[in-house]
Design a protein around this ligand. Sequence first.
Ligand code: PLP
Length: 414
Amino acid sequence: MLKFKNEIPFVEDTSLHDIIRVCETPFYIYSQNMIKQKVEMTKKVLGENIFFSVKSNSNQAILKLMNSLNIGADVVSIGELKRCLHAGFPSNKIIFEGVGKSKDDLIYAMQQNIRLINTESIEEIKLLQKLASEKNKMIDIGVRLNPNIDGGTISKISTGKKTDKFGIEMNEIENIANLVSDFSNLNLISISCHIGSQISNIDAYKNTFKEMKKATDIFLSLGINIKHIDLGGGFHVQYKDNDPKFKIEDVKKELDACFNSSSPYEISFEPGRYLIAEAGILVTSIITTKQNGGINYLIVDAGMNTLIRPAMYNAHHDIITTKKKIDSSVTYTVAGPICESSDIFAKNILLSKQTIGDILIIKNTGAYGKVMSSTYNTRALPTEVLVNKENFAIIYAPDEIEKNIEKDIVPSWL
Ligand code: PLP
C-alpha cells in the first residue's frame, strides 16, 4: 500500500513524512480507500451479506467505516459488541458468537436485540433458554457447528476440527433440534461455522459448504426453519510471494455448486483479515544496530508487544525500507526491543544499508496487529492513523505510560 512518488513514500495521497512529523513511531497506518475497495470487491463476489470480523481490527474509526460500507459485524465478546454499538452499527446487523459467553454476556446481548446469538454448546443453549424465559423474551439464535474439517492452516488458528474447542459436533444436530423444539423462548434460525484463518485450500471450503448444506437439510427435515447460513471467514491473505494464490471467486464457485440460488435461506460470511490486513502497515524506526555472532541486528522500536504475529504464530510480514536508493544490500535480522528472544520480526532479509533513525515498514499488518498489542515490558500501545487520500487522522492515541502505572493499586499494608 506504500507507493513511492519521486522516491517519497506515500499512503494514498499522503506523504509518510507528513505523518512521521506528527506521530511517534511505532504506529499503524490504514488506507481507507484500500479497505473500501476490498469490501466492495468482496460484496460484489459473495453478495451483500458480509459481517466484518471485529476481532481483526476493532478501532472505532474502522468500525464506522465498515458500517458506512453497509456491512454487518461479527463480534466475539461483549467489549466488541459495545464497540460496534458505539460506532453506530444497527443492532440487527450484529452477530455475537464466541466459545465462552458468560451469563452476563448473554443477558447484555439479549437486551440489545442483536440479529443473532450464535451458541457453541448444548449447555449454552439451555442457559440461554433459561435467561430468555426469565426476561420473558423471544430471541433468535444460531448454532455454530464444528464440521470436522481441517482447513490446512497452522494449528494455532485452526478452529474446525472436531478436537478444536469451537462449535458443536455435527452428530448433535438431532439433539439440538429436539432441545430447541421444547424451548419456547428460542427461535433457532441459523447455523454457522468457521474452520480457521488463512485458509487457501479450496477443497476445505468445498467440504465445509457440503457439510453445512447437509446440516441445513437435516435441520429442515426435523422441522427447524433455518433461514440463515453463516459460513465463517478465514479467507487467505498473501503475506509473501510464495504463499498459495487465493481467489475469492473460487470460493464463490464452490458456493454456487453447493447452494442453489433459490434456496429459502440467506448465506453470509464473516471475514476479518481478508478485508483489512493488506490495508495496514506498521511504521517503526531503528533504535540501534549491532552485530552478534555474525548476525547484523536492526533493533527497532516496534516489538512483539506492538505486533505479536511473528512471535506467536511464526507469521511472515514483508519488511521494506523507506530509503530512496538501494545502494549496497546487507543481510539483516530485524528485532524488537522486548526482553524476549522471540521478539524477532524477520531473519536474514536483504535491505539497503540501514542506520539509526531509519524507518522500516512492516507490511500487511491491518488485521490482528493493534488489536493484539499489549503494554508488555511497560511500553505504550501503538498509535493508529487512518489515511483518506491527502488527509490523515490519528484514530488511536495511546495513554502515557504513567497512566498505566497509576492503574496499579498498592494495598495499605505496603
Ligand atoms: N469468525 C470467527 C468466529 C472467528 O473466530 C474468526 C477469526 O478467527 C473470524 C470469523 C475471522 O477470521 P479471518 O480474520 O481469518 O477472516
